[in-house]
Design a protein around this ligand. Sequence first.
Ligand code: AKG
Ligand code: FE2
Length: 200
Amino acid sequence: MTLLRIRDFAIHPGYFTQDAQSALVADLRKILSHAPLFRPVTPRGTPMSVRMSAAGSYGWISDRKGYRYEPLHPSGVSWPPIPDSLLRMWRDLVPDARLPECCLINWYDETAKMGMHQDRDEADLSQPVVSVSLGDDALFRMGHETRGGKTESVWLRSGDVVVLAGTARRAYHGVDRIRPNSSTLLANGGRINLTLRVVT
Ligand SMILES: O=C(O)CCC(=O)C(=O)O
Ligand SMILES: [Fe+2]
């Protein structure tokens, strides 16, 4: 399996085969039927362009009260378990890490994007974040541990996996845009990104 390294960002192109991607989408449909996608608002009240849900013992929430992890979906139901194929991937790629407690699900329509940010709501930032792309291609931008500086971008395709460990764990990153209709994996188009995190 090839590995593309951009500083401490480790990109595994095509980690998931077509069949594995389809199986994962079927798992996600079941998860989303219990814990539907919702559109978070930022603490300032601006709706985000991505829709979110989660699997695992915690889900990440943003609303007027701030950013945080919560043990329940906003509707009050518990988050469904993380699919086995994702746990196998985690053990394969980051064998020394603790097991993930959250699989955040981000759904991007063709106009959605995600501004440059750090993932820093987790208690132990020495634990990696592993990100899976499904559906349409996304232009992923990678920065540094402080804001600014020269960034690098890569198009992430369906089935690609990115490991954020080492200096990449605290690095700014974001999604500038989606390439509409670049994949046929998702019946309704768009892109799903999954990020697995150790939360506590
Ligand atoms: O969609 C992506 O590829 C990145 C998502 C992300 O950075 C996040 O959920 O924190
Ligand atoms: Fe992130």
